[in-house]
Design a protein around this ligand. Structure first.
Ligand code: HEC
Length: 498
C-alpha cells in the first residue's frame, strides 16, 4: 500500500469513526458475508440480475457501483418502506452494512485473508423453493413480436391430476423474462380453455370472452419472489383441472419466444380454512373513475372498507402502471389507532412484488382499511411513457393506468369468511353505483365547447363511427362531426335531467 493511500485511509477513518479501521475492511472478512447474504441469490448465473457476484473478482469489478446503488437503496430491490408491521424476507441492508460497503470501496476494495472467506450459500439451482412436486411447461413457445401494443394471452396446460391437490406455492419461470410482465394463474375444470386454445394454430387464446375460469391460483409479476402461503393455507386444485396462465407481454424491440415453466408445491393435507382478497379500489380500479389529466403531478384515488368480522391479514400487494407513484394502505383500528400496512413511496412498474407479513396480523371487526393511490402524469415523471404527457384513463395496456392495493386475509372464525366475502362484494357494487351517479352528474355538467372536451372513452367507443375514412386518425372535418354529436348528446342529457 502506498503512503498516499495509507494517509487518506487514516484521515477517512478518523472522521467517519468506524468501528473497523478503514484499511482493515476487506472483501473476505466483511464484504463477502453482506453480498452473499443479500445480493447473490439474484446476482448469479441463470437468475434475474444482469451480472454475477459470487467471488472477489466479480464484486471488485463493480465495487464503486455497488457502493452507490446500496447507499441510494436502489439495491437490494425492496420498495416497501419500513412500516409498523414486519415483512417476511425483507430485503433491506442496515446502515452499518451500507457503510461497510462504502468503506471497503474507499479503502481500495482489498481482498484480505482468503481463510476468512465464507462459503457461498447453497443456492437452489433454478427453482427458488427447491424441487417442485409437479413441473409443467407450455407445449409450444409463443412468439412475442418486437414491437406493437401489449399482448394479453391465455395459455392452457393440462395437469392430468388423478386426485385433488392443495397448492402451497407456485413458482413461475418465464422463458423470456424481458417481455413477460405478469402472469395470473387460474384453473379450469370445464374443458372450455382447451377448446378455445384449439381455435387457432398459435399457442393460447386471446380473450377470456365467455370463458369462465373455475378458480384462481395467484400469480407472478416482474421482480416477484415465490413465497409459500403461510400457516396451513393452500389453494384448492381439483383433479382433472387444466392450468391457465393469463400472461401480459410488453414488446421490447426484438422478437422473443416465451415458453413458461411452472412448478407446483403441494401440501399433504387440506387447509383448515380459506382466505380472501380485499382489493381497494376493487377490480384494479376499473370502476373507480380513473381519469388523469395530462401534466397532473398528484392524482389521487382513495377507497375504504370496514371489516365486518375479526380477521387476520397475511399478505399485501400493490398494482399500477408507469404513472403509479405512491401506494399506501392503512388500518384504522376501532379505537382510532392507525397502523400502516404498506407504504411504497416511489412505485416502480418493474418491481411488483407481493409482500407477506412476517406473522398473521390481527385486524378486529370494525377496522377501517384505507387505500390511497397517487399517480404522477407530469413531464417530471421519468417513467411517463408519453412526452408530452397525455390524458390517461383506466385500461389494460401498459400505457393506460390501473391502481389498487390488495390485502389478503383469513377470518378469525373460519365460518365467518363467507360473510366477509359478501360484504366485500357489496362494497364493490357500491363503488360501481357511486361511479354511475358521479358519471351522470358529470354528464350534466360536461363541457362541449371543443373537441378536447369529448372524453377519451367516448372517442374510443365510437371510433368506427367518427373515423369515416377509416384511416385511424380524425381529420378536421371528422373532429367537428364528433364534436357536434357530443354536443347533441350532452344537450339531450341536460334536457332529460339525468
Ligand atoms: C431480487 C433480486 C436482486 C437482489 C437481491 C439484488 N439485485 Fe442487484 N439487480 C437485480 C436486477 C434484476 C438488476 C437489473 C435492474 C435493472 O436493470 O433495472 C440489478 C442491478 C444491479 C446493479 C446495476 C445497477 C445499474 O445501475 O446498472 C448493481 C450494481 C446491483 N444490482 C447490485 C446489487 C447489490 C450490491 C445487491 C445486494 C446488496 C443486489 N444488487 C441485490 C436484482 C437483484
Amino acid at each position: 500500500m502506498s503512503i498516499g493511500i495509507l494517509r487518506s485511509t487514516f484521515f477517512l477513518a478518523s472522521i467517519t469513526s468506524t468501528q473497523i479501521p478503514l484499511c482493515a475492511v476487506t472483501f473476505n472478512e466483511h464484504v463477502a458475508p453482506i453480498i452473499f447474504e443479500n445480493c447473490t441469490s439474484c446476482h448469479r448465473a441463470g437468475e434475474a440480475a444482469p451480472f454475477s457476484f459470487t467471488n472477489y473478482k466479480e464484486v471488485r469489478k463493480r465495487a464503486q457501483l455497488i457502493a452507490e446503488v446500496t447507499s441510494e437503496r436502489f439495491m437490494p430491490p425492496w420498495h416497501a418502506e419500513s412500516t409498523d408491521i414486519k415483512f417476511a424476507g425483507e430485503r433491506r441492508l442496515s446502515k452499518a452494512q451500507i457503510k461497510t460497503l462504502s468503506d471497503w470501496v474507499a479503502a481500495g476494495s482489498p481482498e484480505g485473508d482468503r481463510a476468512k472467506l465464507p462459503k457461498l450459500p447453497d443456492f437452489p439451482s433454478g427453482w427458488q423453493l427447491g424441487k417442485p412436486d409437479l413441473i409443467v411447461e407450455m407445449a409450444k413457445a409463443f412468439e412475442v413480436p418486437a414491437s406493437g401494443p401489449d399482448i394479453y394471452r391465455n395459455f392452457v396446460i393440462p395437469l392430468n391430476l388423478k386426485e385433488n391437490k392443495w397448492v402451497k406455492a407456485i413458482e413461475f419461470r418465464p422463458g423470456s423474462p424481458s417481455v413477460v410482465h405478469h402472469s395470473l394463474f387460474f384453473y379450469d375444470t370445464t374443458g372450455e380453455a382447451v377448446k378455445l386454445d384449439r381455435l387457432s394454430p398459435e399457442p393460447g387464446f386471446q380473450r377470456m370472452g365467455r370463458f369462465v375460469r373455475s378458480g384462481s391460483l395467484g400469480g407472478w409479476a416482474v421482480g416477484g419472489t415465490p413465497r409459500p402461503l403461510p400457516g396451513d393455507l393452500a389453494y384448492i386444485l381439483p383433479k382433472g383441472a387444466d392450468l391457465v396462465l393469463s400472461t401480459h407481454f410488453h414488446p421490447v424491440g426484438k422478437t422473443a419466444k416465451e415458453k413458461s415453466v411452472v412448478g407446483f408445491y403441494f401440501a399433504d393435507k387440506p387447509p383448515s380454512q380459506g382466505f380472501t382478497d380485499i382489493q381497494l379500489p376493487p377490480h384494479f380500479g376499473a370502476t373507480a373513475g380513473i381519469d388523469i389529466p395530462a401534466g397532473e403531478k398528484r392524482y389521487v384515488k382513495k377507497d375504504a372498507f370496514v371489516l365486518p368480522v375479526d380477521t387476520k391479514a397475511f399478505g399485501i400487494s400493490a398494482h399500477a402502471h408507469y404513472l403509479g407513484k405512491e401506494m399506501k394502505m392503512d388500518a384504522v383500528l376501532p379505537g382510532g389507532k392507525r397502523k400502516q400496512l404498506l407504504w411504497i413511496k416511489d412505485y416502480d412498474f418493474n418491481w411488483q412484488e407481493p409482500y407477506n407479513f412476517a406473522e398473521f396480523l390481527h385486524l378486529p371487526k370494525g377496522t377501517r382499511i384505507e387505500s390511497e393511490i397517487v399517480w404522477d402524469n407530469s413531464a417530471d415523471n421519468p417513467n411517463n411513457p408519453s412526452s408530452p404527457p397525455k390524458r390517461v384513463g383506466w385500461g389494460r395496456e401498459s400505457e393506460d393506468e390501473m391502481g389498487s392495493i390488495t390485502l389478503q386475509v383469513v377470518a378469525e372464525q373460519p365460518q365467518q369468511l363467507s360473510l366477509l366475502k359478501r360484504e366485500y362484494s357489496q362494497h364493490s357494487r357500491n363503488v360501481v353505483a357511486r361511479r354511475v351517479r358521479d358519471a351522470s352528474e358529470q354528464l350534466r355538467n360536461a363541457r362541449a365547447d371543443s373537441f378536447e372536451d369529448i372524453p377519451k372513452a367516448i372517442l374510443a367507443r365510437h371510433k368506427a363511427r367518427y373515423d369515416k375514412d377509416g384511416n385511424g386518425e380524425l381529420s378536421e372535418e371528422e373532429r367537428s362531426a364528433a364534436l357536434a354529436a357530443w354536443k347533441k348528446f350532452i344537450n339531450s342529457r341536460r334536457r332529460s335531467g339525468n
